[in-house]
Design a protein around this ligand. Structure first.
Ligand code: ADP
Ligand code: MG
Length: 390
């Protein structure tokens, strides 16, 4: 089965586009993937567990170092106008458009003491934006890796994860954890990344879907999510409140066994928010164990339970995501859940490759019947993490 990735320019085409834009050849081309979070939602900023994998859709940047302090940015993306900036004048408050991602990384590197040189950059990405597949972290990770090389900073990948996160948190203004950047920078081909967000330790977990005749279908609902302003920050605040009321530094310090006790300490809503985080951590551990011991055919029920928890306890789903998940489940998927921060974006369904067409048609039909916008439905494959291509 193919991943149905849209036709993309080759690396040669990308270099030619760079020459068209800036008049000279780039010094190199770097690539970083988007990700699907297999399981572990909103657990990252609670110092818990997540299990994302890099997908075969990537952001690629061609870059040439300059001798001055200027930065020029271009993207092949229709919604992104060219941008120019001066390195000595970067301020988080003044970066608002798409440039907040690449220049946010520059700013974060500067904060970490890196003497970033001026550069010209051309971006091309096949990660759909706002679909919950982290097109933003793909950009941040590609830029972080390329500037790390160009500036000779010698940062480790876990440190580059923190750089990308600072860009996202302090410049873009989205209060997200390290999940997305970790998936993009730490993934290895054919594996998911089991990440402990407290210690930042990561471990590769086999995710060989093809060998089991399985695929992961992404259903992009086209419902837009807005992390910077939406419910994401509210949920984060609820988790902090829950930890405070329970008298622990972070929800990571609690486990499912604590729930009976917590029900009398927390108000009803906070209790449900906390219950999602504690049970979700447990489900990540279960999934890792199942993948290691028995392989991917066995994880479906855990994915389904995760969706129920996000819908009912954490309340970050929406009618479109619920319909995508329930339709896929009823049409024979092994498991399905919304993925990403919620309030829109994508759902994933784990299915046998022989069922793909039927499940895909069922989802499209259900959306049409409900009067929802037609979703984008496509297969993603586990891919490799960020890398230099040339
Ligand atoms: P997600 O990370 O889930 O895709 P975000 O809202 O975090 O959604 O990031 C999407 C934003 O990233 C876009 O609005 C745009 O500013 C930027 N972006 C993504 N892809 C590109 C691209 N190819 N060119 C320019 N900007 C992009
Ligand atoms: Mg994002």
């Amino acid at each position: 089965m193919t991943s149905q990735e849209p036709q993309r320019p080759s690396v040669d085409d990308l270099e030619a586009a760079f020459v068209d834009a800036f008049g000279q050849a780039p010094d190199g081309v770097w690539s970083a993937p988007g990700r699907v979070n297999l399981i572990g939602e909103h657990t990252d900023y609670n110092e818990g567990f997540v299990l994302p994998f890099a997908i075969d859709r990537t952001a690629r940047v061609a870059i040439r170092r300059r001798d001055d302090q200027r930065v020029r940015l271009m993207s092949s993306y229709a919604g992104a106008d060219p941008v120019e900036a001066d390195l000595s004048e970067l301020s988080p408050d003044a970066l608002h458009g798409w440039e907040a991602y690449p220049l946010g990384v520059v700013w974060a590197l500067q904060q970490e003491g890196v003497d970033v040189p001026g550069f010209d950059l051309y971006l091309e990405s096949s990660v759909p934006t706002g679909a919950g597949l982290s097109s933003s972290a793909a950009i941040e990770s590609a830029v972080a890796l390329s500037l790390n090389d160009l500036a000779g900073a010698g940062f480790s990948r876990p440190r580059l994860v923190q750089v990308g996160r600072r860009a996202e948190n302090e410049v873009v203004g989205a209060p997200t954890g390290i999940l997305d950047q970790s998936a993009s920078l730490l993934s290895t081909d054919g594996h998911a990344v089991f990440l402990d967000c407290r210690t930042q330790e990561s471990d590769a977990v086999p995710l060989d879907l093809a060998a089991a005749n399985l695929a992961i279908l992404v259903i992009d609902t086209k419902v837009s999510h807005a992390h910077a302003t939406g419910g994401y920050g509210d949920r984060r605040a609820s988790c902090e409140k829950g930890a405070r009321m329970a008298g622990v530094p972070s929800l990571r310090d609690l486990a499912v066994a604590d729930l009976p006790r917590l029900s009398s300490v927390l108000d009803e809503e906070t209790y449900r928010r906390v219950r999602h985080i504690l049970t979700e951590n447990e489900r990540v551990l279960q999934t890792v164990k199942l993948l290691r011991d028995q392989g991917p055919t066995t994880i479906g029920p855990v994915l389904n339970a995760s969706h129920d928890s996000m819908r009912d306890d954490f309340e970050i789903s929406c009618p479109e995501l619920d319909l995508a998940v329930s339709t896929a489940q009823q049409a024979g998927a092994l498991g399905a859940r919304m993925t990403g921060g919620g309030f829109g974006g994508s759902a994933i369904a784990l299915l046998s490759t022989s069922d793909q067409d039927r499940i895909q048609s069922a989802v499209l039909a259900a959306f049409a019947t409900a009067g929802f916008r037609r979703p984008d439905v496509f297969v993603v494959e586990p891919g490799q993490g960020a890398t230099r291509l040339r």
